[in-house]
Design a protein around this ligand. Structure first.
Ligand SMILES: [Zn+2]
Length: 164
């Protein structure tokens, strides 16, 4: 299997102090497509990619597993399926974090969201990303993409600033 290379065409860059995240072109478009299919229910999946020179490059995203729970408020991943999938794409792509949607909801993580993001941190994975798409309940029109980084030992989850 040939590994995808980080794209040379300008990916969206998100930063917070020394933490840098690049979203490959197409990642947001796919997330938005998946978001609209499920709206007004929440959906989500995995952020896959590589870390190059200390920058996280999100190269691909997945949709929800069949056993994921998509609610009006709340999304619970199908971790059994997700782990199987990660085994298949390794070592080209690694798990960088998760994404989910808030149709008709705020552009911030709920307490439950924050807790589940923190649950994915461990000694081998001291930083994880999270992408949140929020917008009108149909997820049409003005949809906001917020990128977060959770770092082991930090009290607050970082909201990344987009660099244009
Ligand atoms: Zn949420």
């Amino acid at each position: 299997m040939a590994c995808p290379l980080p794209s040379a065409s300008a990916p969206a860059l998100y930063v917070s102090d020394g933490y840098r995240v690049r979203l490959a072109p197409g990642v947001l478009a796919k997330a938005l497509r998946l978001a609209r299919v499920r709206a007004p229910l929440e959906t989500g999946g995995l952020l896959l990619g590589a870390v190059v020179d200390g920058e996280a490059h999100v190269l691909a995203i997945t949709g929800p597993g069949r056993r994921a729970v998509r609610g009006r408020v709340g999304f619970a991943a199908d971790r059994v399926r997700d782990n199987r999938l990660l085994g298949r794409v390794s070592p080209c792509l690694r798990y960088l974090g998760d994404w989910h949607t808030h149709p008709g909801g705020p552009a911030r993580l709920s307490r439950t969201d924050e807790a589940s993001v923190r649950e994915t941190l461990n000694a081998e994975r001291p930083e994880v990303l999270h992408l949140l798409l929020s917008g009108p309940s149909a997820m049409q029109g003005h949809v906001v993409a917020s990128v977060f980084t959770a770092v082991c030992g930090e009290a607050a989850i970082r909201r990344m600033e987009v660099v244009l």
